[in-house]
Design a protein. Structure first.
Lengths: 481, 441
């Protein structure tokens, strides 16, 4: 029986843009393929006006809402929830305006991250946050997750670049926070919404800062005989106040996967670890930064150092880095991309620990990470059809996360909390903290219909801690095929 | 897991290469068009995996999601995991029903009864030409909606003498250095015989004798792309046989001027993965297959050709990459390099040159509205590139662009790369076989 309100949705957005058939299965997960769910429908509105009507209708019916961008998130933030409706921004692809003087872009939430930089380039501008999925992920999704990327080492993550948003809240009311020319007066609600993982409403429009294209860019790779040496080199560079724009490390397994792929970048396969550093700015300061990196790399035993000769080679070096996650598909059918933060002085220790944890569980681990930020991505290749392997992967992920938190790090660098890390919020926050977060949420969405069962654990932390993994939605869903 | 659902025996292992990263999404024309995950590469792979696992029933909705794919293989060009999407989709479609009457009719009538047979093709081309001269398509177009518009703007099939066979051997027109085989094709020969003759002229000028098998029609690419692998195998065998029987050196290159056929023929071995008898022959054959532009752009041949090219009237040309050339065969630099050899003309780039024009085999017939929408975006790019002539290298793309130009009232007509090269040759003094630019209307 078709529900009446679903027909009403069809009237609002057109029948093609409400999906309830068997093909809905294509939406059952996002980039975290381990966690899956099925809701009642997927709706793809075209703009803010349609979103308002959709959200009002869903509010009337009391249906939970899961916002979704391109579904490239890695923590299950866009996994459908039972009985809910997924509202996607995939049709909202219009760039309204680019103001080259005010360096401001006004876009719909479904515009793809890299498309904005392409559109801004003729004006000598670009959009700085560059998640590795930037060729596919949407700017609305970036706002929801406060996404990072390699160059956020210099430029800061999404929240530094969002000037305004238009949000449709759970009741279908528009909260218009599009930028006033100067700092917002009163409360910084835009700051609150950025990184809220779809719990405060649907962001339908975004205003973003654009940066001038740098005068000079230099990219180098340094080959190290061990991961330890590469990590130490980065820790010392940070201590020396290095002003690079991106500092990345790739390990041997990752290099092999990339070099086997169409994104083969010419990374030396014999390298145990590869340091990829970019500097941008005026010619002089770029040279100073690069000189410092060269000096430190040599000191830490780099065997080979190479500098990108031209734009094309630089693009190849980065395409390889950004394709690394997908390239791991050559190693196994699934990949668990952990996203943790370690204090940058303890990189070596945490990376070594992650390797040990994976080895003990007979797992294949590839490391590729934003070393400059201390944002680690231990990537574990696995096959979700192997239940025991899934269990070991989740266990390893949890141990790595706990180790980071113990040492003063954090449980997420840029991927968000989503479903994956919800119960681990209790490792970082106590009941008071979480209650405060719930109160903020209740102020915007009193019925808790927006992206429910994610980010904030509903049980008291005491219970979660006593219960351990069995409460984790990851633990339950992992085994389901 | 329901046991009532029959799991499909499609190539399951290929689905496991996808790690669900989503980097393919924005490269997919149908995903960009509809925003539907089920109409993007990742979603389609996910559905195919679920079909193979028996988690999903192949009902109408699911079949449509898979059938609406252009198989342009743009996703393969951006996939870091190296998913063989084209192969996977062919394998899936082979086990799925055609989604509608028209598709079913085309598979049965067009693919089985027409394409493989030269005489039927020839007869039908003549018949269609007659209706076109009587302007029948224009008369019935209003009854057929979007499809009618496409029909009314098809290029007119040329008169019979332009649809005749190439001679078995066309000798080199400069110092003879080698011999090559060439496939005339099915649609290509009937609709774009001039393209074949231009191809021969260019190859001859490079020093190659051109051999063509005389009783061969279709390579089976359309069959493979549209879920008829049995017939595709049969036609592949006939093709391999025809070129083996043609004589000449056993490793003589086989030059293809149609990107779709070339990409498919280079992948013949895949069709015979489980056939020990045919696999070695298919392997040997695939080694011989080479695209026209890749063949001619090779340094010595290009050098020789260059000396014979004479200036054309100044004009701007835009190269539009056929999907099965740039994504299917990874060839993008060679055709551009060849265009740059022609004196007098200026080559301009369209930013979306590597994105599908919407022709995509029979997609334009099955999904005319979506197909026209893809083409409209390309037409806009062509206009803003300020090019005078569009150059491509696949009969489907040429038909699609022809229809677009005609529909929007533009005087220009698309040309094959070989045609503009041959036109430049024809300006020079030493050319024997003359290729006229195509006359269409």
């Amino acid at each position: 029986m078709t529900k009446n309100w679903i027909d009403e949705l069809r009237t609002i957005v057109g029948p093609r843009n409400v999906i309830t058939g068997s093909e809905s299965l294509a939406w059952e997960s996002d980039g975290l393929s381990l966690v899956r769910g099925m809701g009642q429908a997927i709706v793809l509105p075209l703009d803010t006006e349609e979103t308002v009507l959709v959200m009002k209708l869903l509010a009337r019916e009391g249906v939970p809402v899961v916002p979704r961008g391109a579904g490239t998130g890695l923590t299950g933030g866009a996994t459908p929830v039972e009985g809910g409706v997924t509202v996607g921004t995939a049709r909202m692809r219009e760039i309204f305006s680019i103001d080259p003087v005010g360096r401001l872009a006004h876009v719909q939430a479904g515009v793809v991250n890299s498309d904005l930089s392409v559109a801004a380039r003729p004006h000598g501008l670009f959009y700085a946050p560059d998640p590795s999925s930037q060729a596919a992920c949407t700017l609305g999704g970036n706002v929801a997750n406060n996404s990072g990327g390699p160059h956020c080492f210099m430029h800061g993550s999404t929240t530094r670049h969002v000037r305004g948003v238009k949000l449709v809240d759970a009741q279908g009311q528009v909260l218009d926070l599009l930028a006033s020319p100067a700092d917002p007066e009163g409360l910084d609600l835009v700051g609150l919404i950025t990184g809220s993982e779809g719990m405060f409403g649907m962001v339908t429009e975004v205003q973003l800062n654009l940066e001038p294209l740098p005068e000079e860019v230099q990219t180098i790779i340094a080959v190290f005989p061990s991961l330890d040496a590469a990590c130490d080199c980065v820790s010392e560079a940070i201590a020396a106040h290095i002003e690079a724009s991106a500092i990345e490390i790739l390990d041997k397994l990752t290099i092999a996967a990339v070099e086997d792929s169409i994104f083969a970048a010419g990374y030396p396969r014999e390298a145990e670890a590869l340091l990829l550093v970019e500097a941008e700015g005026g010619a002089l300061e770029v040279q100073e930064t690069i000189d410092l990196v060269l000096q430190l790399a040599k000191k830490h035993g780099a065997m080979e150092i190479r500098s990108a000769q031209d734009k094309a080679e630089r693009a190849r070096l980065w395409a390889g880095r950004k394709g690394a996650f997908g390239a791991m598909g050559r190693v196994a059918p699934d990949l668990y991309v952990a996203d943790v933060v370690a204090p940058r002085t303890r990189l070596r220790e945490i990376v070594a620990l992650a390797i040990k944890i994976a080895e003990e569980r007979n797992l294949r681990l590839g490391n590729v990470f934003h070393a400059g930020d201390g944002n680690l991505h231990p990537n574990i290749a696995y096959d979700r059809r192997d239940e025991d392997e899934v269990r070991r992967v989740l266990e390893a992920g949890q141990l790595i996360m706990e180790a980071c938190i113990e040492r003063g790090g954090s449980l997420t660098g840029e991927h968000g909390v989503g479903v994956e890390k919800m119960t681990h919020m209790c490792d970082l926050f106590d009941d008071d903290d979480l209650n405060t977060m719930h109160r903020v949420r209740d102020a915007l969405d009193p019925k808790r219909r927006m992206n429910p069962t994610k980010v904030l654990p509903l049980r008291a932390c005491r219970e979660v801690r006593n219960g351990g993994l069995p409460f984790s939605p990851m633990g339950n869903l992992g085994a389901k095929t | 897991m329901s046991s009532a659902i029959r799991s499909l025996p499609l190539d399951y292992d290929l689905t496991l290469d996808c790690i669900h990263c989503g980097l393919c999404l924005n490269s997919c024309p149908t995903y960009r068009q509809s925003g539907r995950e089920s109409e993007g590469p990742r979603g389609r792979i996910h559905l195919m995996r679920a079909l193979a696992e028996g988690r999903l029933e192949a009902d109408q909705d699911c079949v449509e999601a898979l059938d609406s794919c252009l198989v342009c293989r743009n996703c393969e060009t951006v996939c870091p995991a190296g998913v063989q999407f084209g192969a996977l989709m062919e394998s899936a479609r082979d086990h799925l029903p055609a989604p509608g009457l028209l598709a079913r009719g085309l598979r049965w009538f067009g693919f089985r009864l027409v394409l493989p047979h030269r005489r039927v093709l020839g007869f039908l081309a003549g018949a269609v030409r007659l209706t076109q001269l009587l302007r029948l398509p224009q008369a019935i177009a209003p009854l057929l909606g979007q499809r009618g518009i496409a029909l009314a703007h098809l290029p007119v099939f040329p008169e019979a003498n332009k649809r005749r066979n190439l001679p078995p051997i066309c000798p080199s027109t400069s110092e003879r250095t080698e011999a090559v085989g060439m496939l005339e094709g099915c649609v290509q020969r009937q609709l774009y015989g001039d393209v074949n003759r231009a191809t021969v002229a260019v190859l001859n000028a490079c020093g190659a004798d051109v051999h063509t098998p005389q009783d061969h029609a279709c390579c089976g690419a359309l069959h493979a792309h549209n879920g008829d692998l049995d017939e595709a195998r049969r036609l592949a065998q006939k093709t391999i046989q025809a070129f083996e029987d043609m004589g000449g050196e056993p490793d003589m290159r086989i030059v293809l001027n149609s990107a779709g056929c070339g990409a498919h023929m280079a992948e013949y071995p895949r069709l015979f993965a489980e056939d020990p008898l045919w696999l070695p022959r298919a392997d040997a054959f695939a080694q011989r297959v080479i695209d026209f532009s890749a063949f001619v752009a090779q340094a010595e041949r290009a050098e020789r050709l260059k000396k014979q090219l004479a200036p054309l009237a100044p004009r701007k040309v835009a190269w539009d990459d056929p999907c099965h050339l740039c994504h299917g065969q990874g060839i993008t630099a060679e055709p551009r390099a060849l265009l740059d050899l022609i004196p007098g003309i200026e080559r301009v780039e369209m930013p979306g040159a590597g994105s599908c024009c919407g022709s995509a085999g029979i997609h334009a017939l099955l999904y005319p509205a979506e197909s026209n929408q893809l083409l409209d975006a390309k037409l806009e790019e062509f206009t803003s590139s300020e090019a005078d002539v569009l150059i491509t290298a696949n009969p489907g793309c040429q038909m699609q662009w022809h229809g677009g130009f005609s529909r929007t009232g533009k005087a220009t007509r698309p040309q094959h790369l070989a045609e503009i090269l041959a036109a430049s040759l024809a300006q020079g003094p030493q050319v024997v076989s003359k290729a006229k630019p195509p006359k269409k209307g």
